[in-house]
Design a protein around this ligand. Structure first.
Ligand SMILES: [Zn+2]
Length: 437
């Protein structure tokens, strides 16, 4: 078994300047995640313009990484909050919202996440109108600003009430036209690019479903299918209209169907002919999915797998009970031993505790996924196999989400000219005792 952890041994500096921030840093003796491989090489970062690129002059500082891995900064496409702040909860004093957001950004960047989509669960329209203007894309990450926001992910309220999980059923909506989404989200007046992704159930778009999806995608918004009981045909129709993702695969949706009459949305991740299968989010927290299910999805469509945390505001906090505003309800969540549970009225009006979001970091998801491949895969033996496993896990939080979001020219890769946000990792083996770097 192996795992990755942030490196603490980026030994500086055979030629560091005595004063001030070095403008050009050369990282040497490292392994770079490039072109779907781990390759030995050096990486140059220009701290003045914040980009990766080979330099025409001598570096101001050289950092020997002693064989550590450099990956692009991690990208989380679905996270509801952290360290006590939930992006869906509008504070009484609205000026607190950006302050709390900045705190989360600064905390998240320490976990390896350098950019992300703050995710709002199903709410009344007023909450969207207030929160979305704060979620416009921010400048590239820095130690001062922390992780950067890439725009909001609106998960609901156009969801199937029978697959709504912990979302407040009373705020869920159906739509007859794009205008219904515009009314709820205020898209036509929202700042440019402030909404990056919408999760919806295609079957609650009662009319003009394909037109609604194509209008959203035409505006640069990724449509993800989730909290849905859509049939295979309905899901295919949504994909043909422009949907490109499935939200937290396996959760809040029917399982694979094995007979023609029972095919479900789950079957659409199986590539069919020339049609591109969608990307799909996987919560690899060890709770939402068993490793066998994750590896089943990975085996049928490895290129589509994107790791997400779906973390709630209890991420970064200790076990305990914490307040939570869920749609119209004043509620609470209980975090205990890696699980986050919330009370929920079922359709017979009985209250029961159900699984809510997660409380894991994206690096923990990477390591869990790495462990799944370690214990379930064949044909990955030796050093080469080890590299392939690590690449597979890292691609799911870097290049693949960047490509989905149309941002591969600036984040998610280590190509020249892309943003210089990187994560330096060292490998530990045997449960954390040994290791190298
Ligand atoms: Zn969800």
């Amino acid at each position: 078994m192996s795992a990755l952890r942030p490196s603490s041994s980026s030994t500086p500096s055979s030629r560091a300047q005595d004063h001030g921030e070095p403008e050009v840093i050369q990282f040497v003796n490292c392994r770079l995640l490039r072109d779907g491989k781990l390759v030995k090489g050096d990486l140059w970062i220009n701290t003045k313009n914040g980009t990766i690129g080979s330099s025409k002059r001598a570096p101001d500082a050289v950092r020997d990484l002693q064989g550590c891995i450099i990956a692009p900064g991690f990208i989380d496409c679905q996270i509801n909050g952290a360290i006590g702040f939930n992006f869906s909860t509008i504070p009484d004093d609205i000026s607190d919202y950006p302050k709390q957001l900045t705190k989360v950004n600064k905390w998240l960047v320490q976990t390896g996440v350098t950019s992300y989509l703050p995710t709002l669960t199903s709410q009344h329209s007023e909450a969207y109108h207030k929160a979305i203007p704060f979620l416009t894309p921010t400048p590239r990450p820095s130690p001062d600003r922390g992780a950067s926001v890439l725009g909001a992910h609106l998960e609901g309220p156009f969801l199937n009430p029978h697959k709504c999980g912990v979302h407040d059923r009373s705020v869920l909506r159906t739509a007859q036209s794009y205008q219904d989404l515009d009314t709820v989200y205020n898209l036509s007046r929202a700042p440019p690019h402030s909404v990056k992704m919408v999760t919806l159930a295609p079957e609650v778009l009662l009319q003009e479903g394909p037109e609604i999806i194509s209008t959203l995608t035409g505006d640069g918004i990724i449509v993800s299918l989730g909290h849905t009981a859509a049939s295979y045909e309905k899901a295919r129709e949504a994909l043909a209209a422009g949907a490109r993702m499935v939200t937290h695969f396996f959760n809040a949706m029917p399982p694979f169907g094995h007979r023609e009459s029972e095919l479900s949305i789950a079957n659409i991740i199986i590539p069919a002919g020339n049609e591109e299968a969608p990307s799909y989010g996987i919560i690899a927290d060890g709770v939402h999915n068993h490793k066998s299910a994750v590896m089943l999805a990975h085996s049928v469509h490895p290129e589509g797998l994107i790791l997400v945390t779906d973390a709630m505001h209890v991420l970064g906090l200790g076990d305990g009970t914490y307040p939570w505003r869920n749609g119209t309800e004043k509620s609470s969540v209980v975090k205990s031993r890696g699980r986050v549970m919330a009370p929920k009225m079922d359709e017979e009006k009985r209250e029961r505790m159900v699984l809510a979001g997660s409380a894991v970091t994206l690096l923990e998801c990477v390591n869990n996924f790495l462990g799944y491949i370690d214990t379930t895969s064949v044909g990955f033996e030796g050093d080469e196999g080890e590299n392939e496993r690590i690449v597979s896990a890292l691609m799911a939080v870097t290049e693949r989400p960047a490509r989905l979001l149309g941002l591969e020219g600036s984040i998610g890769t280590l190509e020249d000219g892309t943003d210089g946000d990187i994560v330096v990792l060292e490998r530990v083996t045997g449960g954390g005792g040994g290791g190298w770097c």
